[in-house]
Design a protein around this ligand. Structure first.
Ligand code: G3P
Ligand code: MG
Length: 233
C-alpha cells in the first residue's frame, strides 16, 4: 500500500508548502498530494480559497494579484508555492504527484503547464494523477488530454459505488476513510480502478485498509504511517 503525503508532510510542517513536500520526500513517501487554485491563470498550491487559515493574509485569494499572494507567509517563512515550483522540485525524484484541482478555472492553465513540464523538466505524465471533487473538470480534462490519469474524488458512498469513476475513465477513485468498506473496494477493483483513501493516520484504519486491498492512503504523517504498514506490497 502506497503512502501519499497529504498536502506534503502536513502533520509536522506547514501544509502545501515546498518545506512540507521536501520533508515528505525525506520521510519516504511514495507520492505527494497538493491542492491547486488558479489566480490570473497561474496555478498556486493552497487548500482554501480563503487565506486566513494557512497564511498571514486575509480574505479570498481572488482579491489579490499573484505577486501579492507570493508575499504572504504560509508558515515558518514559507511562501505559497506555484505548481511549477512543485513540478521542479519533484522532477528529479521518483515520487509521483497528485494534483487536486480545487478551482473552476484550473483546466486550461494545467494543460499548458503540464506540456511545459514534459518539455522542459522531462516530467513523465505517468507520474501524475489529476483529481477533483468537481467531476466536470475531470471530464473536460479527459476530452482534451485522454492519456492523463484521473482520480475521481468522492466524499460519499454512491448507490452504484464506483460506477461514476469508471464512466469518467478514471485511473483511481479517491475516497473518504470515514465510509469506505470492503464492498466499495471490491466494486472499484472489479471496474479496474485503483483505490486511494484520505485522510489516514491511525493504526487501526491503516490495518483495515490493507485488509481491503486499498492501493494507497493519503497521510499527514508519511513516515509514521509507512512504519505502521504490515508489509510494503
Ligand atoms: O485528495 C484527497 C484529499 O486531499 C481530499 O480532501 O479537503 O483534504 O483536499 P481535501
Ligand atoms: Mg486535497
Amino acid at each position: 500500500m502506497q503512502i501519499i503525503a497529504h498536502r506534503g508532510a502536513s502533520g509536522d510542517y506547514p501544509e502545501n508548502t515546498l518545506l512540507a513536500i521536501e520533508q515528505a520526500i525525506v520521510q519516504g513517501a511514495d507520492a505527494i498530494e497538493i491542492d491547486v487554485f488558479a489566480v490570473d491563470g497561474e496555478l498556486i498550491v493552497i487548500h482554501d480559497h480563503h487565506l486566513a487559515r494557512t497564511t498571514n493574509g486575509s480574505g479570498s485569494i481572488y482579491q489579490y494579484t499573484i505577486e501579492q499572494l507570493m508575499q504572504l507567509d504560509a508558515g515558518r517563512g514559507q511562501r505559497i508555492p506555484t505548481l511549477w515550483q512543485v513540478l521542479q522540485l519533484l522532477a528529479p525524484t521518483s515520487l509521483w504527484l497528485n494534483i487536486e484541482l480545487k478551482g473552476e478555472d484550473t483546466v486550461a492553465p494545467l494543460l499548458v503547464l503540464l506540456d511545459q513540464a514534459q518539455r522542459e523538466l522531462h516530467f513523465d505524465p505517468n507520474r501524475l494523477l489529476i483529481s477533483s471533487f468537481n467531476h466536470h473538470l475531470l471530464a473536460d480534462l479527459k476530452r482534451q488530454q485522454p492519456d492523463l490519469q484521473l482520480g475521481a474524488l468522492t466524499a460519499c458512498l454512491a448507490v452504484d459505488y464506483a460506477a461514476f469513476a469508471q464512466q469518467l475513465q478514471a485511473y483511481s477513485i479517491n475516497c473518504d476513510v470515514s465510509f469506505i468498506n470492503q464492498a466499495f473496494v471490491t466494486d472499484a477493483k472489479a471496474r479496474g480502478l485503483n483505490v486511494y483513501v484520505y485522510t489516514v493516520d491511525q493504526a487501526d484504519d491503516i490495518a483495515r485498509l490493507q485488509q481491503y486491498g486499498v492501493d494507497g492512503i493519503f497521510s499527514n504523517y508519511p513516515a509514521r504511517s509507512k512504519a505502521l504498514l504490515t508489509d510494503n506490497s
